[in-house]
Design a protein around this ligand. Structure first.
Ligand SMILES: C[S@@+](CC[C@H](N)C(=O)[O-])C[C@H]1O[C@@H](n2cnc3c(N)ncnc32)[C@H](O)[C@@H]1O
Length: 308
């Protein structure tokens, strides 16, 4: 992601040292960067951005234990964890896999919002909404039903790319997203009848039983570790015959892992078991990549689950 969280220490000298340290880190002078970060931290011991960057530098230097303790300090300094130090601790095997801090997701996408579409679509060849559209058409054709929906819910709606792909097939779209800036962009499209600034699971919980014919999550379940609560809530919200269509990243192993890109990857068998545990029927599960990274398609799945 081309964005980086910075929380000022409130001390000008400490902030300056941090800036120099970042330059050194980017130039690869890691020992000097660590030294300057420690100087910044000496002036401002609660400087979360400096602790977090020190964690990264220590990790780059191969100093695992020192990296872990710096990431822990970053989280102590900012308990909401806007830098996502917890994710780094999970990747280092210092903490068990858990859900992402909401403040991290919100901060990440608030910073990302103005350049989201150009970065994702142009730079990473993002194709999640088109994949979902094709999958929903196929799932409906298989049961000889038209792919038109009165009410749909778009989880992690972002700037509205999924609503744009389904615009001619849905009468009333509700979008749910944690990031106020992404919601602003979604509002500007006029594609949504309703927009909820909320976590996708709590947003779904506010929806009435059997009130939607379609639930979508394009590139949003990659920010959810445990799929079952979201699938189960979608099952409650859907009418009989309604569909939940989503993309996710995947891996060859079992269960769920946090990938290098700090998104969750769900194994195909794990997805099948989660769909069944939520009481939904699996209508379609295909290997399809929604985006590239380093010019290579990221392994992914497109899934359509049906409420019977
Ligand atoms: C990669 S973007 C995809 C946006 C959109 N669905 C699309 O296809 O362009 C992921 C979106 O999911 C949102 N998101 C991630 N985790 C979320 C959560 N737990 N609750 C609500 N929104 C979430 C982010 O704020 C972001 O807007």
């Amino acid at each position: 992601m081309p964005v980086r969280m910075f929380l000022s220490s409130g001390d000008l000298m400490a902030d300056r040292r941090f800036d120099f340290a970042r330059d050194l880190q980017l130039k690869g002078d890691l020992v000097a960067a660590a030294d300057l970060l420690l100087q910044a931290i000496e002036r401002a011991p609660g400087f979360a951005s400096a602790w977090f960057t020190l964690g990264e530098v220590r990790q780059q230097l191969g100093e695992r234990d020192a990296a872990i303790s710096a990431f822990r300090k970053a989280r102590e300094a900012d308990p909401d964890d806007r830098h996502g130090a917890r994710l780094r601790l999970m990747r280092l095997g210092a903490e068990p896999l858990a859900e992402m801090p909401q403040a991290y997701v919100r901060a990440l996408f608030d910073q990302y919002a103005p350049k989201f579409e150009s970065a994702l679509v142009d730079d990473l060849g993002y194709r999640g909404p088109a994949l979902l559209f094709k999958a929903v058409l196929a799932a409906r054709a298989a049961v000889r039903k038209p792919a038109f929906f009165r009410r749909a819910v778009d989880l992690g709606c972002g700037t509205g790319l999924a609503a744009a792909a389904f615009a001619r097939n849905v009468d009333h779209f509700t979008g749910i997203d944690l990031s106020p800036r992404m919601i602003e962009q979604a509002r500007a499209t006029s594609l949504y009848a309703e927009l909820q600034l909320d976590d996708l699971l709590s947003g779904l919980r506010r929806k009435p039983d059997a009130g939607a014919e379609l639930v979508l999550a394009a590139d949003a379940m990659v920010y959810v570790a445990d799929l079952v609560p979201v699938l189960a809530e979608a099952a409650r919200v859907l009418v009989p015959g309604g569909l939940f269509a989503f993309t996710t990243e995947t891996h060859d192993g079992e269960g769920v892992v946090l990938g290098r890109g700090l998104r969750y990857a769900h194994g195909a068998d794990h997805v099948r078991a989660s769909v069944a545990a939520a009481g939904l029927d699996l209508s379609l599960l295909e290997d399809r990549s929604a985006r590239n990274e380093d010019h290579t398609p990221v392994p992914g799945l497109v899934v359509v689950a049906t409420k019977s």
